[in-house]
Ligand binder design. Structure first.
Ligand code: MN
Length: 251
C-alpha cells in the first residue's frame, strides 16, 4: 500500500479544502498508527509476519488495542513457543509450516502437542491477518461462482460461517475450505487446529477465541462475527482461491 499521498497532503504549505484536509487526516490517522514490528528476539526458523496494515485500520469493526494484543502478544507467543519446541530438532526446523502441520503424526510424540498448538496458531493467525484489511470489496468472477455453487449466495455463506463460529464451543476457529478444484466447504475446529492438519486448504477463516473479541465485544461473539465480515479483503481471498486451484496455496 502507498502511504505517501494522504499524509503528504496535510503539510502546512499545501492549500486544500477543509473536506480534503479532513479526508487526508483520517487516512493519515490510519496509516500513521504505530506498526508492530516482527519480533526480532525470536531465535528459530519461524517469524511473526508484520501486520499488513496499521493496528487501527480495521476499526470500528476490530479495535486497535485488540489488534495490538492479538498480533503482538498472542501470535508472537505461538511463534516463540513453536521455535522453542523445534530448538532441539534441526531436521523438523527445516520443514515449512504447512508440511509440519500436515505430517504431525510423523513428529516425535513428545513434540506433537506443542507443534499442533503453536504451529497451528502460527498458521491460523498468519492467514487471519492476510485475509482482512481496510480495502473491502466483494467476491467476483470464479470465486463468486464457487460461493454460489456451494452456498447459494454470498449472504448465505456469511450466515453459514457465522453459525459455525457461534456453534464452536470454547476456543477455536471457523473456516471456509477450498480444494484443488476450487470447491468450497465449511469447517470448525477447536483450539488452534486447522484443516491443514488433514491435508486440506483454508480459503479464509475467523478466530473465535475470546482474545479475538472480548475487549470490545465482551461475550457477544455473534456481534463480533457480524462486524468481522466487514473486514474481509476480497481481492486477497480471490488470490488465495486462485492459488488453491493452482496447487500453490500453503497456509
Ligand atoms: Mn487468536
Amino acid at each position: 500500500m502507498t502511504i505517501s499521498t494522504p499524509c503528504a497532503s496535510t503539510i502546512p504549505h499545501a492549500p486544500m479544502s477543509r473536506r480534503a484536509m479532513l479526508a487526508g487526516a483520517a487516512a493519515c490517522a490510519v496509516f500513521a498508527a504505530p506498526r508492530i514490528p516482527a519480533a526480532q528476539e525470536n531465535a528459530g526458523p519461524h517469524a511473526l509476519p508484520p501486520l499488513p496494515y496499521a493496528t487501527n485500520a480495521l476499526s470500528p469493526h476490530i479495535d486497535a488495542h485488540t489488534m495490538e494484543l492479538h498480533h503482538g502478544r498472542h501470535h508472537a507467543g505461538y511463534v516463540r513457543n513453536l521455535n522453542a519446541a523445534l530448538a532441539d530438532h534441526p531436521q523438523l526446523a527445516q520443514e515449512p509450516l504447512h508440511a509440519l502441520l500436515t505430517r504431525l503424526d510423523e513428529a516425535p510424540a513428545s513434540l506433537r502437542t506443542a507443534l499442533r498448538n503453536n504451529g497451528g496458531g502460527h498458521a491460523n493467525h498468519s492467514m487471519f491477518w492476510e485475509i482482512m484489511g481496510p480495502e473491502g470489496g466483494a467476491p467476483e468472477g470464479a470465486l463468486r461462482a464457487a460461493i454460489e455453487a456451494e452456498f447459494g449466495d454470498v449472504e448465505s455463506l456469511r450466515l453459514a460461517l457465522k453459525r459455525a463460529g457461534l456453534r464452536q464451543f470454547g476456543s477455536g476457529w471457523a473456516f471456509v475450505t477450498v480444494d484443488g478444484e476450487g470447491r468450497l466447504g465449511l469447517a470448525a475446529r477447536p483450539n488452534q487446529d486447522t484443516p491443514l492438519m488433514e491435508g486440506g486448504r483454508v480459503l479464509f477463516g475467523v478466530d473465535v477465541w475470546e482474545h479475538a473479541y472480548y475487549l470490545y465485544y465482551q461475550n457477544r461473539r455473534g456481534d463480533y462475527l457480524d462486524a468481522w465480515w466487514n473486514t474481509l479483503n476480497w481481492a486477497r481471498i480471490a488470490e488465495r482461491f486462485e492459488a488453491a486451484r493452482a496447487g500453490t496455496l500453503t497456509i
